[in-house]
Every structure is written in C-alpha cells, then in structure tokens.
Design a protein around this ligand. Structure first.
Ligand code: ATP
Ligand code: MG
Length: 342
C-alpha cells in the first residue's frame, strides 16, 4: 500500500515564494515519484479561525490557492484536491479530539503563541484559532496520512497532532495513524524571510512575492528588498547571514558556484546590492515564468478547476468517512442496530 501524504494551504491570500520552497516543491517532487497517495486541500475553515469578520477574503482565495498548486505542476489525476468545509467528517473528528487536549497545552504551543502576538489577539483569542491544531489533527488523521510536508513554523503544530494521536490510541486502542512531518533539506527554504527582512514571508504580514506577481511587480519588490543595513558603500564588507537577498538566492539559485562566488564577494566587500538584486530578479523570473504560463490556463478555465475540486472533495469525503467510522466504533459512539449516519 502507498504511504499517504496530506498537506494544505489556508485560503487567506495567494501563495508566495515561501510556500513554494517551504512546501509546494516537496509536494510536486513526491507526486512525481508515484510512490504516494496524496491529498492537498484548501483549508477554508482554518482560514476563518482568524478571519471570522472577513469571510469574503477566504471565499476569494479558496480556488486561488488551488490554482497556485495546479500552476506549480500538481496533477489532479494523481493528487486528490479538496476543500476542507466540503468534508464535514473533519468537524466531527475535531469534536472528539477536543476532549483529549488541555487549554494550557494549547496556549503553550510556540507557533500559536507567535501567531496570537502577530494578529494582536492577546486580549481576546478566538477559541477556533487557539484550537486549530486540534482541527489540523482531524485533517491529517482523517486520511491516515503518515507524511505531512510543511514549513518550519508548522513543526510545533505537528508535534501537538502526534500527542493527540498517541492519547487517542492509548485510550481507545490503535485507531489513528501517527504522522511524520517533512521540512525542506535546505535551511533557507524551511522559513523563507519576508522581503522586509522579517523572520517569515507570510500572507498575513504583507511582505511577500506572490506566484502570481507579474514581472514588473517582482522587479519592484526585489529592488526594494531589505539587505544588510550596514553595507552602505560598495566597498564595505557585507553580511549575507540575515540578508534576505542571499537567503532567497540560497533557496532558489540552481547555479551553486555562482551563488558561492557572489556570497564571498559580498562578504569581502566590493559588490553592490543592486548587482546582487538584479541577479536575484533573473533567478526568480526563471522560477516564476513557467508557473505563470500554467496559471493562465487555469485562470481561463474556472470550470475545469471547479470540476477538479468537486471530484476531489467527493473522494476525500469517502476516505474521511471510513476513518470516522473507525473512530466512532472505537470510542463506542455506536448505539443502534442500524447506521443512522449515512
Ligand atoms: P497565514 O499568514 O495566513 O498563516 P502563511 O503565509 O503562513 O499564511 P499557510 O497557508 O499558513 O501560509 O502555510 C501553508 C504552508 O506553507 C505551511 O506548511 C507553512 O509552513 C508553509 N509556509 C508558509 N510560509 C512559509 C515561509 N515563509 N517559508 C517556508 N514555508 C512557509
Ligand atoms: Mg500560516
């Protein structure tokens, strides 16, 4: 039997270069091996946990993030693509799992803590937001997924998912599959910084280069990027460590010799930011051009995208309902001689 891979994106905006290197490329590579059964979903319900007052934003992006996946080469013939709210089984699983996690454990999750701060939720945290790791446990276990490709920020969430799985299995008997996360090998790709130099390129922070940005926009964003603030004169030695321009080059540049050469030169002094940025622009354009071409096809054919998602969601629902049946049975939520649920 093939190992099952599950991964998703919150439709809180279009996907960006951070997603590409943090998770999308791994998905595509795994798809191309034909070794896995893969599910990819648009996490609209999770998106609503911190956007309850702005549902239009979620609605606008449900298909956008799916088109982003298709444009990087995800093949709907090989991968099941679905929308989270189209699989209500996930919500029932979440409810059962809620009883297995304490409030203090939820509040301790470092990613959640950071995201609460970022969103200014300190005073009043939506319950749904605080508990999204529980719903993520449902998303993953509903498909018996054993592999979840993610960016680094998701590691604490995946750890919490594993705790839920272990607690469930120890109380109700071996029922759920324990997932493993995989992060990219290249360190720069695990948490790509923003164009402003902030720790993470993030839809919510507005410091992104989007997969859909056109050439002119990409050029403007790259030319305006934060670099080493102490690299004032061209002759000054520069810092490449916390410099997003070099981190992007590390993540995207295929010509490793050239990358090392630029890095050494910049560190020594005598290489201007403008020259490095021009080169980064070339590298990013090379990455984005084929993605834009594929994207244009799906933008012109919304009916094809909708069909992919309708079929994928039906398939996902079937799989999730099998797991849910197992969960109900093992907890003992089965009281009648006939099945009332179907
Ligand atoms: P939001 O700000 O709304 O949370 P996001 O930009 O963090 O949006 P998500 O949809 O939450 O995007 O993340 C989808 C996947 O992409 C996750 O696996 C996440 O770890 C990964 N990811 C997101 N941003 C980055 C980044 N800057 N570098 C590497 N991986 C990333
Ligand atoms: Mg996120």
């Amino acid at each position: 039997m093939k190992e099952i891979v599950l991964t998703g994106d919150r439709p809180t905006g279009k996907l960006h270069l951070g997603h590409l290197v943090g998770s999308l490329i791994t998905r595509k590579e795994m798809q191309d091996t034909d070794k896995y059964e893969m599910y990819i979903f648009s996490a609209d319900m999770q998106g609503l946990t911190d956007n309850a007052k702005n549902p239009a934003k979620i609605k606008e992006h449900v298909f956008e993030v799916i088109k982003d996946n298709l444009s990087i080469g995800i093949n709907p013939e090989k991968v099941t693509i679905f929308v989270q709210s189209g699989v209500p089984e996930l919500t029932e699983l979440t409810t059962y799992y809620m009883n297995l996690v304490s409030l203090s454990r939820l509040k301790r999750n470092p990613t959640i803590k950071e995201e609460i701060k970022q969103r200014g939720f300190e005073e009043s945290i939506p319950v749904g937001f605080l508990t999204y790791p529980i719903s993520q446990a449902a998303d993953i276990t509903a498909f018996d997924a054993s592999i979840v490709p993610v960016g680094e920020d998701q590691i604490p969430i995946l750890e919490q998912v594993c705790e839920i799985v272990d607690t469930f299995n120890s109380i109700y008997g071996e029922t759920l599959t324990r997932p493993k996360y995989i992060v990219p090998e290249n360190k720069s790709s695990r948490r790509l910084p923003g164009t402003d130099g902030k720790a993470k390129m993030s839809k919510s922070a507005g410091n992104c280069i989007y997969l859909t940005d056109d050439t002119e926009t990409v050029r403007k964003k790259i030319m305006g990027m934060y670099t080493d603030p102490n690299h004032i004169k061209i002759e000054d030695p520069g810092n490449t460590e916390n410099n997003p321009v070099f981190i992007y080059l590390d993540a995207f540049c295929k010509d490793r010799e050239k990358y090392e050469e630029l890095k050494t030169h910049y560190e020594k002094g005598g290489l201007g930011d403008k020259v490095v940025k021009e080169y980064l622009f070339e590298v990013i354009e090379e990455t984005l051009t084929p993605i834009r071409e594929k994207r244009a096809y799906y933008d012109e054919h919304p009916e094809i995208v909708e069909k992919i998602v309708i079929e994928g969601t039906a398939k996902a629902r079937k799989k999730a309902s099998e797991v849910l049946k197992r969960v109900r049975k093992n907890i003992g939520v089965e009281y009648f001689s006939q099945n009332l649920h179907d």
